[in-house]
Design a protein around this ligand. Structure first.
Ligand code: C5P
Length: 405
């Protein structure tokens, strides 16, 4: 499946840190996805890994010196800077971070970064104390002020046996930042609130009522919105999925907790997409201790949970605030969708056919019907990530095309 890197020129600046070997893996992945990946290495990077490694992985000349004869077919450092779709500096050493923060141009990498107008992503990796030193932290703040994206390192046991922040971030996160830097940020300025997953309604400390929702659709929506430039909050019921990079996640358990979180976060939201499969019912009584089987099968009395979407739909909205619901249906899809669109006072509803195995709960694909007040749009069977993008495409087109909306 295409990942969106093909055809881009991703200039990777490698500095002297033991983490340089990890970046060889990233470069290889990007090259396989048909991006052009010219690599620029600082002098000390070449002490950790050879230029030949990167040349073999990318099929490109590796740039190591400002004054070296240009290889045939290789770009000059100014061309490199001009042609780049994005600069990815990883691992970024304290030395290179200091150079960039102060605008030095005393090696090829710092010169090329000064000469580029492409987005610059910096992934620091160094000893914990070097990273935490005020000088490095001030330099990183300065890079942020200059408009560079700094991807914070992770915490853990370092090669030097210190423990704390300084480990190069994982590829999964970098990939997200790269995507965001290459896309048109057509959701910039939007505060997107997404709900995902099931809720759990406890019977006793060991048992609960829930449903088969995996959260995949909601997480894909949150990820897509982040990549398109939005600020994203994800209110998630129990799910095994990792929090998408760049997204603020609030974990909840019950419908009541989700209701509380959504009401609070909706105040700041410009778009609410409510893809969570909220339990319609909860046990009337939640037992403090585990219900014993020796007492016989207990009767389970259920009471209604609040319909969060209905309650939000009834509220007065700020101008331009959009509310989008989901409806999981197995028959009369369009009719049921229209009824819920109106009853819950929504701007759009995505109707999900849960009768097939390739759509709806737990599947990686989905086939949705999108209903607005005046239009029905049938999406084909798509991955949940493509489906998420199509939902935002429709939202943009229908509700954000005029400057007044
Ligand atoms: O009416 P129905 O449950 O089919 O509607 C589904 C939509 O309503 C979804 O967007 C879901 O997140 C939302 N919902 C809710 N609170 C409930 C039940 C459903 O917000 N208690």
């Amino acid at each position: 499946m295409g990942t969106g890197f093909a055809g881009n020129i991703i200039v990777v600046g490698v500095c002297g840190s033991i983490a340089a070997f990890k970046v060889a893996g990233w470069v290889s992945t990007l090259a396989k996805e048909e991006a052009r990946v010219p690599v620029v290495m600082t002098d000390s990077a070449q002490k950790f890994i050879t230029p030949l490694t990167f040349a073999a992985l990318t099929g490109e000349s590796v740039y190591t010196s400002m004054f070296a004869d240009e290889h045939s077919g290789a770009m000059s450092h100014i061309e490199l800077a001009q042609e780049a779709s994005v600069f990815l500096i990883a691992p970024a050493s304290a030395q290179t971070i200091a150079r960039l923060a102060h605008g030095f141009a005393d090696d090829l990498l710092s010169t090329a970064v000064l000469a580029t107008r492409a987005p610059v992503i910096v992934c620091p990796a160094m000893n914990t104390r070097m990273y935490q030193h005020r000088a490095t932290q001030d330099n990183l703040s300065r890079l942020r002020q200059l408009g560079y994206t700094v991807v914070d390192p992770e915490s853990g046991l370092m090669a030097c046996k210190d423990e704390g922040p300084g480990r190069l971030v994982e590829w999964e996160s970098v990939q997200e930042v790269l995507w965001r830097s290459l896309r048109s940020l057509d959701l910039q300025g939007e505060q997107v609130l997404v709900t995902a997953g099931p809720t759990r309604e406890p019977i006793d400390p060991a048992r609960f009522i829930s449903n088969r929702s995996s959260g995949k659709m909601g997480y894909a929506l949150a990820r897509a919105a982040y990549r398109r430039g939005a600020d994203v909050v994800l209110v998630s019921g129990p799910s095994t999925l990792n929090c998408p990079y760049g997204v603020r996640r609030i974990m909840v358990e019950t419908a009541a907790e989700m209701f509380e979180a959504v009401c609070r976060e909706f105040e700041k939201a410009t778009i609410l997409v409510k893809s969570a499969a909220v339990s319609d019912f909860r046990p009337a009584v939640q037992h403090e201790h585990k219900v014993k089987k020796k007492n016989g099968a207990p009767a389970l009395e259920l009471v209604r949970n609040p319909d969060i979407l209905y309650e939000i739909g009834r509220k007065k909205r700020k101008p331009g605030q959009l509310v989008i619901g989901f409806a999981a249906e197995s028959e009369n899809l369009e009719m049921e969708g229209k009824r819920k669109l109106q009853r819950k006072n929504l701007d759009m509803i995505a109707v999900n056919d849960i009768s097939g195995s390739d759509t709806g709960f737990e599947a990686d694909t989905n086939r949705l019907i999108l209903l607005t007040g005046d239009e029905t749009i049938e999406l084909p069977l798509l991955s949940k990530s493509e489906t998420a993008d199509r939902i935002f495409d429709v939202l943009k087109e229908k509700f954000r095309s005029s400057p007044l909306s």
